[in-house]
Design a protein around this ligand. Structure first.
Ligand SMILES: CC(C)(COP(=O)(O)OP(=O)(O)OC[C@H]1O[C@@H](n2cnc3c(N)ncnc32)[C@H](O)[C@@H]1OP(=O)(O)O)[C@@H](O)C(=O)NCCC(=O)NCCS
Length: 208
């Protein structure tokens, strides 16, 4: 099935919150996502969807067609399952990865990597000098993903997570020529492996 990276929309929030609840403790609330999409000037939220092309005769297809007509995005309209999501805050020279998760039943298929690569591509296009994120010291899976793209441990933040007092690694990636080449090589591999369209990293933010 074709995959597409695109900016998160208000209509996605319910599905995104469901994945968030299965992935994080505590999770973000609906209002937090609404703020990121509607209010924040620095936020670039992304989803990865698996596109399906419903027949117009099915209920979902009919509803989707109608939605596309109503909001004037008939060409964009599609049905899709959200496989994962992420977000970056772009502030001056810094791109901060605020969140990233894939649905638990979809992990291990390369989708988290597509989301991370999409956000690195976005940070490069925004002209960021480096990317920073925090990750639980126990979260080996995420750390391994970040290391694959050249992130390294910058400093350990003691008791960073208020819910249980676990430490975080502050991991960083300087967006120099080597990081750009690594990103291009790995992203090329992802595109060869998946039927992937990217309507996020090189698109301007569709701000309301
Ligand atoms: C972290 C997360 C986004 C990774 O997504 P995913 O879709 O499972 O990952 P992918 O299939 O794209 O794998 C990409 C890389 O992640 C790492 N990885 C994935 N599964 C792994 C595992 N079981 N063990 C170790 N590393 C693993 C590897 O580096 C892998 O690259 P490789 O395929 O070349 O080995 C996902 O596990 C998740 O949503 N976790 C819960 C939320 C979370 O912890 N987010 C990070 C907050 S900082």
């Amino acid at each position: 099935m074709p995959l597409r990276l695109r900016y998160m929309r208000l209509a996605d929030i319910q599905e995104v919150v469901a994945i968030d609840r299965l992935s994080f403790q505590p999770s973000w609330r609906h209002e937090s996502y609404r703020f990121e999409l509607n209010e924040s000037r620095s936020s670039h939220m992304v989803v990865l969807e698996r596109r399906t092309a419903p027949s117009a005769s099915t209920h979902a297809g009919w509803l989707n067609k109608l939605r596309g007509r109503l909001n004037g995005t008939a060409a964009e309209s599609s049905c899709g399952d959200i496989l994962g999501y992420g977000g970056i805050w772009s502030i001056a020279d810094e791109a901060h990865i605020s969140t990233i998760a894939t649905h638990p039943t979809q992990r291990g298929n390369g989708y988290g990597e597509i989301l991370l690569a999409g956000m690195i591509g976005k940070a490069l296009r925004l002209g960021a000098g480096y990317i920073v994120l925090e990750v639980r010291v126990s979260n080996q899976v995420a750390q391994s993903l970040y290391e694959k793209y050249g992130f390294s441990r910058f400093e350990r933040r003691r008791r960073y997570y208020a819910s249980d007092g676990e430490d975080a690694w502050d991991m960083r990636l300087t967006l120099d020529e080597a990081a750009r080449r690594r990103y291009q090589r790995l992203y090329g591999r992802l595109q060869a492996r998946h039927d992937l369209a990217d309507a996020y990293s090189c698109k301007a933010h569709p701000r309301p």
